[in-house]
Design a protein around this ligand. Sequence first.
Ligand SMILES: [Zn+2]
Length: 308
Amino acid sequence: MISPKYVNTITDEKLEEKLFQRENVSALEDLLNSTRKEYQVLREAQRRRKRVSSRKVTRQDELESVFNEVKECVDEYLGFHFKDRPICSFSKLRDYPDPVARKTTRSFYATGTSGLLVSGIDFTINPLVFSASIVVLGIAAYNHLAIRRSRRYYCDLDKIIVRKDEYQTMLPVLAHEYAHAVQRRFPPLRSLWNFCQNFIEGHARGVQRHVAKSYWEREDNPGFMDFTVREDTRELHLAYRLLCDRFSQQPHKTLVKGLPKETLGQRLYRRTKGKVDPHILGNAIMLLHEAQHGAGIYRDMLHGHYAF
Ligand SMILES: [Zn+2]
C-alpha cells in the first residue's frame, strides 16, 4: 500500500523543479539523439508499409478483445491484476461523457437543421438564414468530429473512450488510457489527478511505451512503435526547447531539424491554461528517470518504492 506521505512528495512543482536543472539540457540532448534516430527509421519504414499494404482498423466487435489483450499485458508489467475493469468504448456523440460538449453539438445540429428548413433549403429565398444555418451546421460537424477523434480516460466514470484506429495504434493508446485506470485504483495516487498531472501523464506514457515495445518484439512489427516514438520525440523535443529557453541556450539546430512540433491541442492547452501540456513535462521527466534506472520504475512507482 502506498503511503500518503510518499504521494505528498509528488507534486507538479517538485517534478518540474527536478526537470528544470541545467545538467538536464545535455541529458535531454542524449535522449533526443537516440529517439530522433528511431523516429526517422520508423517513419521511413511506415512510408514503405503504407505503399504496400492497407491498414486494418479495429472494429467495434474487436475492441473488447483488443482491450483484454492490453489489460493483460499492462497488469503483468505493473504486477497487479484487477478484476474490476473500466468500461471501454469508441467515442460517440450519443454517449460522450462530457454533457456540455454533447448538448452543444446536438443543439447546433438542431438549430442549423431548423434554419435550413425555414430557409426552404434555398439560398435565394432567405440568403441570411441559409448561410447562418450552414455555418452552425459546420460548427456542429467540427465538434462532432472532435468528439469522434477523442481519446481519454474519465476518472469519475471509470470509462475509457478511444477513436477508431488501426490495431497497431490502438494497442499503445489503450495501454495509456488503461494505465490511468490502474492509477485510479490506488487511492493515494488517485489524489494526484488533482495536483500532479505531470506524474499521471508521464507514468501512462511509460506504460504505453512498454506495451508498444512488447508488441514490436512479439510480432516482429515496428509498426507498433510508430505512434509512441512520434509522441516521445515530439514531447522530448518540446521539453528540450523549454529547458534551452530557461537557461538561455540555443537548441542544436541539427538535433531539432525535422522533428514533430507542438500540436494544435498542445498550443490550445498552453494558451487557455497558461501552462505546458503535462504529457510534455511528464514524459520528459519519466524518460530521464527510465534512462537512469530502467523500465521497472513504473511498477515501483505504483508500489510507492520510487523516489524522484
Ligand atoms: Zn493520459
